[in-house]
Design a protein around this ligand. Structure first.
Ligand code: HEM
Length: 418
């Protein structure tokens, strides 16, 4: 049986009925999103608590709304969060949960934090990291090969790679990586109750705080040291640096991990695409964009609150409304893509919303792309005859999770010739 849903509280929101229920295909968005398309790409929907929200399923509409300054990302303004039980709300509003967590802020606060990080995520900085990413990928594959001809790709590969890459980026010392990984694994372990996850988050914050204090005393050449040194007025507090580091960890770990495992599963289930990619490695960059579009793992969509009445697609969304921009539906909008429901690694490039759009567009997207364009070819190349070790319908899906993907992916490959 799949583990109990221990999604963080912010996602235990009264979404529309059926919002997290899946249809037959493990790669398709929840059918509920597609229902009532006749009511338009922007429509008012009932939520399970009796209130209403606005669901956006069109590509152009989604893109337009994501760059509209009248839509707020401030979590404390979100009508669903406002209605949460007092204790959960208090957790979300606690100082340490808010400090540096700029994904949930609007300008000018958002701008101030984000600007401090953009330097760290330039294409050049990411390219510098690529040799290390390849080493990390190689080490993980070596370890899988050393153990035999089978593995759980989620546990043995997909979760480990992004976590080690973030260690590299933040500058967590080698001796301490084991501790860092143990903590982040705990954070993502779905078998433990929600309270324990919160405790794990607390532990992780303490761990990062320890790193921040050390780097204040002895700076090194990495992102944490740079943030500490940044000459902003007022200077960043330790809590803010920890909050920013934590956001990078949370934003960059599960997302990339699920793209790696769900992406591999999707390729295994589309053998002609798998073969095309193995035979023509030059397709890889486009294939990564296509997998991002096709899988759109941020399944609950992007949440915003209108600060004023907003007119779009002939509708008026009133001020203070919850808006759910469904990235997965927008990325399969038939007005924007031919045969949107097909996975086609040689599809001509078109833009997609898998990394969002506008001022909050994923700051780690180049890094995520590098991780995927390095990891997929190495998996295809070094694990000959890679295939599922269980029937496809027994691969446990992360059905009700904020970030869609897999709980595990049992795979096997051919033994080397004796
Ligand atoms: C923002 C997706 C990897 C860090 C976002 C957003 C999306 C997204 C959709 C926009 C959220 C919104 O508008 O509310 C993804 C996917 C990834 C990925 C699909 C992997 C394939 C990463 C990585 C990092 C990262 C590797 C960092 C190491 C962030 C941060 C934000 C963000 C810090 C907030 C940006 C802001 O609010 O200005 N991501 N992400 N992400 N992502 Fe990613």
């Amino acid at each position: 049986t799949p583990p109990e849903d221990t999604t963080p509280s912010v996602y235990r929101l009264p979404f529309p009925p059926g919002f997290t229920e899946r249809g037959g295909c493990p790669f398709d968005p929840p059918p509920m999103l597609r229902d009532h398309h006749d009511q338009g790409e922007v429509r008012e929907v009932a939520l399970t608590d009796g209130s209403t929200g606005w669901l956006v399923t069109g590509y152009e509409e989604g893109r337009t709304l994501l760059s509209d300054p009248r839509l707020s990302s401030d979590r404390l303004r979100n009508p669903l969060v406002v209605k949460l039980p007092a204790q959960l709300r208090a957790q979300l509003m606690a100082d340490e949960a808010v400090a540096g967590n700029f994904i949930a802020m609007d300008p000018p606060d958002h701008t101030r934090y984000r600007r401090m990080l953009t330097r760290q995520f330039t294409l050049r900085r990411v390219r510098q990291l690529e040799p290390r990413i390849l080493e990390i990928v190689t080490e993980r594959i070596d370890a899988m090969l050393a153990r035999g001809t089978g593995a759980d790709l989620v546990r043995d590969f997909s979760l480990a790679v992004p976590s080690l890459v973030i260690c590299e980026l933040l500058g967590v010392a080698y001796e301490e990586r084991g501790e860092f990984q143990a903590r982040t694994e705990e954070l993502l372990n779905l078998d433990i109750p929600f309270e324990k996850q919160l405790a794990a988050l607390d532990e992780l914050r303490k761990f990062i705080l320890g790193q921040v204090r050390r780097k204040r005393a002895t700076p090194t050449d990495d992102m944490l040291s740079d943030l500490i040194r940044s000459d902003t007025e007022p200077a960043l507090t330790d809590e803010e640096v920890v909050g920013m580091a934590n956001l990078l960890l949370v934003g960059g770990h599960e997302t990339t991990a699920n793209m790696l495992s769900l992406g591999t599963f999707a390729l295994l289930e589309h053998p002609e695409q798998f073969r095309a990619l193995r035979d023509r490695p030059e397709l890889m960059d486009g294939a990564v964009e296509e997998l991002l579009r096709y899988l759109s793992i941020v399944h609950h969509g992007l949440l915003r609150t209108t600060t004023e009445d907003v007119e779009i697609a002939g509708r008026t969304i009133p001020a203070e409304s919850l808006v759910i921009i469904s990235v997965s539906e927008a990325n399969r909008d038939p007005r924007h893509y031919d045969t949107p429901a097909a996975l086609d690694v040689s599809r001509p490039r078109r833009t997609h919303l898998a990394f969002g759009h506008g001022i909050h567009q994923c700051i780690g997207q180049q890094l995520a792309r590098s991780e995927m364009t390095i990891a997929f070819p190495e998996l295809l190349r070094r694990l000959p005859g890679l295939r599922l070790a269980v029937p496809a319908d027994q691969v446990p899906l992360r059905e009700k999770m904020a970030v869609y993907g897999l709980h595990s992916l049992p795979v096997t490959w051919d033994a080397p010739d004796a």
